[in-house]
Design a protein around this ligand. Structure first.
Ligand code: DX5
Ligand code: ZN
Length: 221
């Protein structure tokens, strides 16, 4: 399969030593660092704020891939940009004017992502795609790590791949939720460029991270 980029979700890291964990996945060869921001309102969980992103920033030079599951979202964009996010991804349901939110993210010099929940249609992207850098396809309902992959999302990956290629756009497809070496391969075959993996990266502790990441890329160990 094509070689995907791997973006470990630090939601599955040891929160008591997040800096060390970010360094460990960096050294283990991850491509990006995925930060899941949840507000207890848009999703039923509370996680990481901009101060934590700022504190983690010196621990890795890799792309900080910040996934905002917060509503309303616009008020947080600037703070996460200032904290060191490189990519900021938002959900269309989390704000009244998602096109404007994407413009705001790009206006801050960051890459803009739009995330589609499992029940959200690929058509939501119709008037957004040319103004963004990334589509994050959720293969679980957002809120928690460790859930099972929802297979119907493979069709959505294929549909979004076609939309992007037809328009000749430079937009990456990232898949988030329930990604393991088996589902990773199916996502890449369907057209994914970037895979988020929490449980599958962090299982077994730091000595396993490099092998876990390699397995997600489809490389033997
Ligand atoms: C879910 C988050 C995911 C999640 C992935 O709302 O967006 O990034 O942490 O975790 P795993 O890989 O364990 O499904
Ligand atoms: Zn995520």
């Amino acid at each position: 399969m094509a070689r995907p980029l791997i973006s470990p979700s630090i939601l599955s890291a040891d929160f008591a030593k997040l800096g060390e964990e970010v360094r460990a996945i960096d050294e283990a060869g991850c491509d990006w660092v995925h930060v899941d921001v949840m507000d207890g309102h848009y999703v039923p969980n509370l996680t990481i704020g901009p101060d934590v992103v700022k504190a983690l920033r010196p621990h890795s030079q890799k792309t900080f891939d910040v996934h905002l599951m917060v509503s309303p979202v616009d008020m947080w964009v600037e703070q996460f940009a200032a904290a060191g996010a490189d990519i900021i991804t938002v959900h269309p349901e989390a704000g009244a004017h998602v096109h404007r939110t994407a413009q705001m993210i790009r206006g801050l010099g960051k890459k803009a992502g739009i995330s589609l929940n499992p029940a959200t249609s690929a058509n939501t992207l119709d008037y957004l795609l040319e103004g963004i850098d990334l589509v994050l396809i959720m293969s679980v309902n957002p809120g928690f790590g460790g859930q099972s992959f929802i297979y119907s999302q493979l069709r959505k990956i294929e549909a979004v791949r076609k939309m992007i290629d037809r328009q000749g756009l430079d937009v990456l497809i990232e898949v988030d939720g329930g990604v393991n070496p088996d589902t990773a391969r199916q996502c890449v075959d369907a057209g994914a460029d970037v895979l988020v993996a929490g449980s599958a990266t962090f299982k077994g502790g730091p000595s396993q991270y490099a092998a876990n990441i390699a397995a997600l890329r489809g490389e033997g160990t």
